[in-house]
Design a protein around this ligand. Sequence first.
Ligand SMILES: Cc1ncc(COP(=O)(O)O)c(C=O)c1O
Length: 448
Amino acid sequence: MGIDRRALLKRAGLLAGTGALAGLTGCEPGRGAGSAAVMPTDAPGGWAGVRARFDLDPGKRHFAAFVLASHPRPVADAIQRHRDGLQTDPDGYLEAHGRRLDRAARAAAAGYLGADPDGIAFTRSTTDGLGLLYGGLRLRPGQEVVTTEHDFYATHEALRLRAERTGAAVRRVALYDDPAAVSVDGLVAAARRGIGPRTRVLALTWVHSGTGVKLPLREITAAVAELNRDRDPRDRVLVCVDAVHALGVEPAEVGDLGCDFLVAGCHKWLFGPRGTGLVWGRDAAWEQVTGTVPSFDRRAIGAWIGGRAPDGSGSRSSSLPRAALFEPGGFHAFEHRWALAEAFAFQRELGKAAVAERTRALATRLKDGLAAIPSVRLVTPRAPELSAGIVCLDVGDLSPDDAAAALRRQGILASVSPYASPHLRLGPSIVTSEADVDAALSAIAALA
Ligand SMILES: Cc1ncc(COP(=O)(O)O)c(C=O)c1O
C-alpha cells in the first residue's frame, strides 16, 4: 500500500486516545468507541466476559460469527443436558419434560420479542419459515406479491416455488441503486411506489445481507398502513419481513414494528441453537395463512383422535391458535429447540439495548475506519438508522473471495455475501472487540 497506514488509521481516530486503549483492554464497558458510547452490559466481566462464554477459537477474530452461531455456554449446557436425557430415555424424557420445556422456550421467545406466545410458531430456520409462510398465505385470484431486488435467495425462491405451485403473481421492485447513498425518505417512497392496486403481500428483508442496508421498517409499515386505510380488509397489504439479521441486533418490540409477519432464524445474531427459527404474526394476520406441514400440537392431534378437524372447524370448543396449526410438527432435534429458552435468557441478561448499542458502536467504528482507507469502497450506509451489524465493502480490485481468503490467513474471519454482486462482509457483534475491529482495519488497509 502506497500510503501510511498508521496515519490513515490515526485520521480515523483509531489509534488515538480511548479508541486504542479500549481495544487493548478488550472492550471495557462504557468506554468510547470512535464517537459512539458503548453501553455496558451487566453481564459478569463486561463484554470481555461475554466473549469468554463462547468456545470460539481465541486465536481468531470472528467477524463471520453471525453466519452460523456458536453457542454460548448456557445454551451449550442446556443442549447437552437435554441430549443426555434423550439419549438415556428418549420417550420418557419427552413425556416427562417436553410440554414444560416447549412452554418455557415459547415464553422466553415471547418475552424477548414482546409478543404473545400464541403468536409464535417455531421453525428450523429463516428459510423454513419463509417457505412455509409464502407457501401458505391465502391469495385471492388477481392478488399479487411484491418483493424487492435486495432480498436473499430464500425469499425469492420461496416465492418462485409459490408461483410455480399456484400461479401466484410475484413482482420484484428495486428500492435503491447505490446502497451507500440510501435515505429513509427515498426507501419509504420506493417501497410505497412498488405497491400496486393488486398487491396483497409486501415481502421485505429488514437488513439486506447483500449490502448491509437496514430498511426503515417502521416508516415503511406506517406508509403501508396509510394506504391500507382505504382498502377493503381482504385487499389490505400484509407486510412480511425476513428479520434474521435484525433479531439479536435491533431492540424493538415486535408489535411496534407495524409488520404482519416477522420471520427469522435464531442461529445468527441471537447466538441461539443451530437449527432453530421462528415466525411471529399478528392475530389477524394468522387468519390469512394455512399450515403446510402437519402440526404436532397436542390439541390438533387430540382433535384428530376425537374425529374432529384439527383447526377446530365444525367445533365451537377449539381455541387452537393458528400459529400452533402453522408450526411444522414431527419430532425435532428437541435438545436444540428447548435450549431456545437459555438463548433468549442469555440475550436478556446482556440487555437488548446494550447488545444493540454494542453492535452499533463496533459497526460504526469499523465503518469510520473503512471510510478512511482509500482502497476501500464502503457498500453499507454509515448511518445507524440505515444499517445494523453487517458491513459490506470492496477492496480495490481484489475479488471478495480473495480478500476474505487473505484476511483468513491472518486470523480475521470474514464472509462473502452470496449474491450476484458479491462483497466482502464483516459482522462485528458481541463476540468481537474494539481490538478485533482495529486489527481488521489494519489488515484491510494493507490488502490493496
Ligand atoms: C437475509 C437472509 N435470510 C435468510 C438467510 C438464511 O437463514 P437461515 O439459515 O436461518 O435459513 C440468510 C443467510 O443465511 C440471509 O442472509
